[in-house]
Design a protein around this ligand. Sequence first.
Ligand SMILES: *Cc1c(COP(=O)(O)O)cnc(C)c1O
Length: 345
Amino acid sequence: MSDTNTHDWVDLRSDTVTKPTDAMRQAMLCAAVGDDVWGEDPTVRQLEQTLADSVAMEAGLFMPSGTQSNLVALLTHCGRGDEYIVGQQAHTYKYEGGGAAALGGIQPQPLPMADFGGLNLNEVEAAIKPDDCHFARSRLLCLENTVHGNVLPLDYLAQARSLTDRTGLQLHLDGARVFNAAVALQCQLQDITRHFDTVSICLSKGLGAPVGSVLLGPAGFIDQARRWRKVCGGGMRQSGLLAAAGLHALKHHVQRLADDHRRAHELAQRLADAGYSLNMPQTNILFVNVAGLNRERLAHWLEQHHIKADCLGRDSIRLVTHLDIDDDALARAIKAFETFKSEAQ
Ligand SMILES: *Cc1c(COP(=O)(O)O)cnc(C)c1O
């Protein structure tokens, strides 16, 4: 594609494509900073403490990416020869380059994911290895929420907690989009996070910051995680410039996630009316089944209409609403999909 001006293109590929708003850039410009490896950046500390308070955990640790935050969590929970139990399509298993195994000697134990996005807890229990030198030591259960745009029910989280309490596992949440889950459930963040030992949250998805994730947990855990962050190359210096974007997002971009959810719902409704096959979204992500359509032609049609969406190579395309998709952009996307059905097919 030649033109990448987001004013012209409606980019539905991901909520990572958002650009910092003018107000966010202003907050970044004005941030008080110091050397965060020495623990002297006040803005980073404020961000870590603000999020720790929101999830009712003791401490937080700012990192450049969600991948690093999850990796550092795994390195801190598990040692060499330990394993974590995780969904087969989970980000922490499938989309993070095998980091825990490659860098930590940590074995994943992937399990199939149920349609709602969770793991069957009986299967989790059956996968826990006995204390026997034949086996890796099962240490950790890793869940994701939202997971492929779905919200895990609170009573499922409570059941997962009681399983891990009973079996001595730790429980980590890849909460890249956990704010979307809280807004969708209209609950407090801590109603979700209180079931977990540790949580990783992304600021660079729907919250619209350019960079950054925060790992949250008990103070002793976060002290150890700080060492692993340094080992992974994530010790940053005047990173208050970036943390300021995160603080701005927490203040101004959380409640508006409901707008993204409303728009995703409207998009889904209009596409269903136009004859597309899809499930109604719970948050800001929907999947449209394109198995029966001419995907090359659809990709070309969308490109001609300045809509960015991943069409090729899969049976479903993922459409994601976000901060840079307003009602006009949404209307353009709906129109392009509708006219494809009526004219181009
Ligand atoms: C985006 C994402 C991450 C980590 O993302 P980075 O791109 O490394 O910041 C982790 N888990 C889930 C579910 C994600 O969507």
